[in-house]
Design a protein around this ligand. Structure first.
Ligand SMILES: [Fe+2]
Ligand SMILES: [Fe+2]
Length: 334
């Protein structure tokens, strides 16, 4: 595999004025990596005063945040540490690799398709870069799969969306749900000590990138809303409700998909519930896991300008649900 893989999805084909970022050809030294990590997590606008959602300043600063927090890592220079047989088995058996690869594949196309329809050059460039980063995630995953010999189902064809706005909304809100839980699970995996720290480090930029993506998405939604006429706004809000219903349906495990050979693939859409056990040998209670997801969500967003909007639905739902869950100390198994 070489770096040409990054070009198999060409964002510029859909968005002609997109300029792919330049990446360093070699693995940067420790200080440079550290600086890039810090830069991607912290950003404050130089603008003074409020950033009213929908205003030009809000749009401009949202896009600036996305551009200026870009992390220039190159998938081909990432480290894939040699794993002990047990850690290798645990990773190979995680039931997430097919859905992860296909989710990135869908996200890059849907984001690029929607970006191509945006008339504002700043927002178009930000969403195009988001699509490009999804393709880079797919590249990271394919390199990992190759490094550790993980067997994948063949990928179904990625179809160009008929309704690009619908597809982008589904992708954006899915990322808001999935990232919220992924932040918590990633921390569970990190604390468990069951995986080498180098592997955790390799995936850290991907995790933080998802945080940037949903930060961009939440601010795009607010900006987009305020630009619509009242009747388009009503249609848009109805669409958002339908998207949430669709995501609910998908996540209660009804969704199945076909691979390229037409075999039914069952994805574990409830991975969060079972996932904590897969990445840790500590028996974490559901409320404890939810509290950790909330804390990690807050931590990952903490470095960004507080005048930018955050995705709120998942933290609010989980905080609400926690009020009905009794505090129970988690028990330690082995
Ligand atoms: Fe991604
Ligand atoms: Fe993403």
């Amino acid at each position: 595999m070489n770096d040409q893989v990054l070009d198999t999805f060409d964002t510029a084909q859909l968005i002609p004025d997109f300029n792919a970022p330049q990446l360093p050809s070699e693995r940067p030294d420790h200080a440079t990596l550290h600086a890039a990590e810090h830069n991607t997590r912290h950003w404050t606008s130089r603008e003074s005063g409020p950033l009213t959602p929908g205003s030009d300043a809000h749009r401009r600063e949202t896009c600036r945040m996305f551009r200026e927090t870009f992390n220039p890592y190159r998938p081909s220079v990432l480290e894939w540490p040699k794993l002990e047989p047990e850690a290798l088995k645990r990773i190979v058996e995680l039931p997430i690799w097919d859905i992860a690869v296909q989710t990135e594949g869908k996200a890059r196309l849907r984001m690029a398709a929607y970006a191509a329809t945006i008339d504002d050059p700043d927002m178009r460039a930000a969403l195009a870069l988001n699509a490009w980063e999804e393709n880079r995630h797919k590249e990271v995953l394919s390199r990992m799969v190759q490094a550790y010999g993980i067997a994948l189902a063949s990928e179904p064809p990625y179809e160009f969306p008929k309704d690009a706005e619908w597809a982008y909304l589904v992708t954006g809100y899915s990322e808001c749900v999935d990232s919220f839980f992924a932040f918590g699970l990633f921390e569970v995996a990190k604390r468990s000590g069951l995986f080498p720290p180098e592997l955790i480090d390799t995936f850290e930029p991907v995790m933080q990138e998802e945080c940037r993506h949903i930060l961009l998405f939440a601010n795009w939604v607010a900006w987009h809303r305020t630009r619509l006429s009242w009747w388009r706004r009503v249609l848009f809000e109805l669409k958002v409700v339908r998207v949430w219903m669709f995501l609910g349906w998908e996540r209660i495990g009804l969704a199945r998909s076909m691979d390229a050979e037409g075999n039914e693939q069952e994805h574990d859409n409830n991975f969060t519930v079972n996932g904590a056990q897969s990445v840790s040998d500590v028996d974490l209670s559901v409320p404890d896991l939810m509290r950790l997801c909330l804390a990690e969500n807050d931590r990952r967003f903490a470095g960004y300008d507080t005048r930018l909007l955050r995705p709120e639905t998942m933290p609010k739902l989980v905080r609400f649900a926690l009020r009905f869950m009794r505090k129970k100390p988690s028990t330690q198994s082995s």
